[in-house]
Design a protein around this ligand. Structure first.
Ligand code: NAD
Ligand code: IPM
Ligand code: MN
Length: 357
């Protein structure tokens, strides 16, 4: 029997609440399928840890995580700790150290999920965003000069390497070809006259190896308009780090809300662990109340199962989420229900039981 070693970083705010349900669901799956099991190891890292130690994780935290098959992360960030300290000290440190250069975020309207877009249906909202996840606007390159003086200057560089752009764009082409889908690149070369001109050029160059893939290229401003007005235009989408961050929150809004948006941070070469997480934050406004929606976390658990080669179970988890959404009996308040976080996790487990061998 295969045992997957999972590092659990529940983190801050609603992180621990939703992660409990994700772990509950994964345990239920491994009980139903005797061919694999999970071994969960919890790490107490996050903002409380920072308040006690001055660090977001142990000094050798990355080294400790290396021996795991995957990281399962809740959320990071809490009032009282500057966000750039907490995120660069944990979430971004993991993405970068483990070269998780693919951030795969489905924007898929499940049956029964609410959407504010009048014409949106499960048939016409079915996208996969491939967000560059290692460099770009998030390279962390810059300077703060003449601090606190009248001549103060800050510089935040975008870093777009040939290797960095090529690998994410190639990944997107491969995915589009394997799924027989169109590929859309989202950039902004009219204003960003170095980085995005380069991005567009590489999109075209790599595309020569994939003549069978139908492509589109949009400017990010127009793309955000089309995502709302005509979401069917988008199937596989590839974009830069910051644009991908923003557009996938927009995507979340279209496809059921933050409580349903999941993401996988992948190191496709498997030289390092990949990381699975809901894309929402620590939601301090609802933390501690037991009302956070755990379905985004369950969806990210489904992505983890896909990644381990158990796509059958990954699909079953999505089917269970969809059933819950259609029944409208056990949902959290963000989806118009009044159930608790744990009730929703329990309901998924109950639905999974129909797959008992
Ligand atoms: P957020 O995603 O935490 O919250 C935005 C809104 O969505 C809030 O009203 C919140 O209540 C709601 N929401 C989010 N997740 C929900 C869920 N599962 N169920 C029901 N409602 C949910 O974004 P924010 O308020 O901008 O950020 C809060 C903190 O989280 C900040 O410190 C930020 O830096 C951090 N953050 C962390 C991550 C991460 O760890 N991956 C992602 C985004 C933001
Ligand atoms: C996300 C988050 C992070 C990001 C933040 C918390 C650094 O918003 O995963 O979408 O911008 O990547
Ligand atoms: Mn985000």
């Amino acid at each position: 029997m295969e045992t997957y070693k999972i590092a659990v970083i529940a983190g801050d705010g609603i992180g621990p609440e939703v992660i409990d349900e994700g772990v509950k669901v994964l345990k239920a799956v491994s009980k139903l399928d005797k061919s694999f099991d999970f071994d969960f190891t919890y790490f107490p890292w996050g903002c409380d840890f920072y308040k006690k130690t001055g660090k977001m994780m142990d000094d050798d935290g990355i080294e400790q995580l290396k021996k795991f098959d995957a990281v399962f992360l809740g959320a990071v960030g809490a009032p009282g700790v500057p966000d750039h300290i907490s995120l660069w000290g944990l979430l971004l440190a993991i993405r970068k150290s483990f070269d998780q250069y693919i951030n795969l975020r489905p924007v898929k309207l499940l049956k029964g999920a609410p959407t504010p877009v009048a014409d949106a249906t499960p048939d016409n909202v079915d996208m996969i965003f491939i967000r560059e996840n290692s460099e770009g606007e998030y390279a962390g390159s810059g300077a703060w000069l003449y601090k606190n003086s009248p001549n103060e200057v800050v510089i935040q560089n975008g870093v777009f390497s040939r290797k960095g752009c090529e690998r994410v764009i190639r990944y997107a082409y491969e995915l589009a070809r394997s799924q027989n889908k169109t590929l859309t690149s989202i950039s902004k070369a009219n204003a960003l006259n170095y980085s995005m001109v380069f991005w567009d050029q590489i999109f075209e160059e790599v595309g020569r190896d994939y003549p069978e893939v139908k492509t589109y290229s949009y400017l990010v401003d127009a793309a955000s308009m089309f995502m709302v007005k005509d979401p069917a235009r988008f199937e596989i989408v590839v974009t830069s780090n910051l644009f991908g961050d923003i557009l996938t929150d927009l995507g979340a809004a279209i496809a059921g809300g933050m409580g349903l948006a999941a993401g996988a941070n992948l190191n496709p070469e498997r030289s390092f662990p990949s990381m699975f997480e809901p894309i929402h934050g620590s939601a301090p406004d609802i933390a501690g109340k037991g009302i956070a929606n755990p379905l985004a976390t369950v969806w990210s658990a489904s992505q983890m199962l896909d990644f381990f080669g158990h796509g059958d179970w990954g699909k079953r988890l999505i089917d269970c989420i969809e059933e819950l959404l259609c029944e409208k009996k056990t949902l959290t308040t963000d989806l118009g229900g009044c159930s608790s976080t744990a009730d929703v996790g329990d309901a998924i487990v109950e639905k999974l039981n129909k797959y008992k061998a």
